[in-house]
Every structure is written in C-alpha cells, then in structure tokens.
Design a binder for this molecule. Sequence first.
Ligand code: CP
Length: 309
Amino acid sequence: MGDLITMDDLTNEEILQVLDSARRLVPVAKGEVYLPLLQGKVLGNLFFENSTRTRMSFEAAMKRLGGEVLNLSSVGSSVAKGETLYDTMQMVDGYADIAVIRHPNQGAAQYSADAVEIPILNGGDGAGNHPTQTMLDLFTIREAHGSLEGLNVVMVGDLRYGRTTHSLSHALVRFGAKITLVSPDALKMPDEIVSDLKNHGGEITETEEMSSSIDSADVIYMTRIQKERFPDEDEYMKVAGIYKLTEDDLSEAKSGMIVMHPLPRVNELHASVDSTKHAKYFQQAFNGVPTRMALLCRSLGIDIPEVVK
Ligand code: CP
C-alpha cells in the first residue's frame, strides 16, 4: 500500500486485485454511476514534463470519485524561479493527501516519495518507469484476452528511452509472456533490463525487423521514438520514422490480436489501423481512468465495493 514507483511495488496478486477493482469502476469512470469514495481527498497532480493522458486521466479519476485536484507544472509555478524538487514536495505534503509526479529525471519519483509522508505515484520518470501506464496496459490486455498468462507480445520502437516498455515488459514476464523486442540497434532495450527479464524467466527475442513478428502476436505494442531524450537532433534523424505499422501489415494477424500504443503517436502507427478490429489504443487511453481510480483508492486505503451500481 502507499507508493507506486516501479512494478516491483506490486505483487502479481495485487496487480490482479487492482485490475478487478478497475473493472468494477468502469461505470464510474464513464460517469454512469456516482461513487464519491474519495470525497474530502486532494490529489497533487505534479507535472514537470508534458502530458495529456496521464495528467487528465488522473484528474478525471479523482473527480469522478468525488475528490479534488491541485495541478502544478514547471511553467507557472515557483519551479521556474529555481525552487528545488525537495522544497516543492514539502509544500505538496502539506496541501494534498496523495500525489502523482511526472519528471524528466529518472529516479525523481523515488526521491519525492522519500521526501514526503503522503503516497506518491510515479507518472513517468525520465527513461525510467511508468507503472500506472503499465497497469492500464495490463487492464487493456486482460480485458481483450481474458488473461495475462503466456501471451506473445511484440514491442516496437524506442525501447531504450521508452519507459512504458520498461515497466510493461517487467510486469508481463511475471505472467509468463514471450516478448519480442523490435528496435534499431541504437534504441535497444538496455542490457540490464533484458538481463532482468531473462532472470525472471522471460523468453526474450531481440530483432530489428518488425514484419515477421506480426502474424504470431497476441499484442503489438507500438511506441514513439522519444525525440526529447536524444542528446542531439542528428542522432534522432537517423532513426526517425524507422517503423510504420499500417492496415496492410495486419492482413495475416491473428483475429484477436490487439494493437496498443501508449500515445502520443507521431508516424509509427498509421491512421489506417484505427478502423481495424485490432486497434485498441483509444480504449487503452480511456482505461487509464478506471485503473487510476483503483490505484488511488489502493494507495489511500479506501475499499472499493464488490458491486458498484
Ligand atoms: N501515455 C502517456 O503517458 O501519455 P501522456 O504523455 O500524454 O501522459
């Protein structure tokens, strides 16, 4: 209970409990049922890096459960005057009951959690981890396939800087996934993460070629090349646009295969995929609301009713 900094903070049993809770909360997330479980609670929404989905879905989750939200970003706050993260967190500790933090520096979420008493949820720390994204990704996969066990998952794109794939691959191997990592050599999954996945029993294949992995996949998880994390533009230009998934690429895909993307997309996922039965990325983004509702309740020690109506 409390902080969620990496997926190591949740056991497999706890992951499944949160996903079960999230499923019950879908009508609340859609606004069809009002369930003010978090009335009187305040969320600090701390975004030191850009966000659409994580920021808005946390705010929607809190408000749909009757809670309040305080928003802070680097622009428009005293962070722009040079206030330290430590000092900023001391303020949040006094103003909010729980906080989500997104920060460009890997390790900033753990640093923040160590600096305060309130629970901290990692909303993405540099090229590190993004565990609340992983939870909504797992929710999406489980709802589509009925289980997380033994799936064949293909991750494509920027696996070096893409924190969503770091957290998700770690969680999936704990449920027996076979994972194919597709990236150019310059954007390979860091060796220490690949070793960790193998040490957890993961069956991992690394390749630069995408098309031969599609037909046997249960999940294709596309990712954006993370331009903002490259040391210079020339290096980015060498790999920009290297993968492009189109409707034509899916002609031999399994009927139940789902295409996911944490979004935003740039050009790696063509709009022609949107109208196929495989496209799950907009549903995936919505799933952030019930999943983050369940995570907020868990961290605040609030029980979710077995039946929500
Ligand atoms: N998936 C995700 O983290 O999106 P945002 O950067 O818009 O929050």
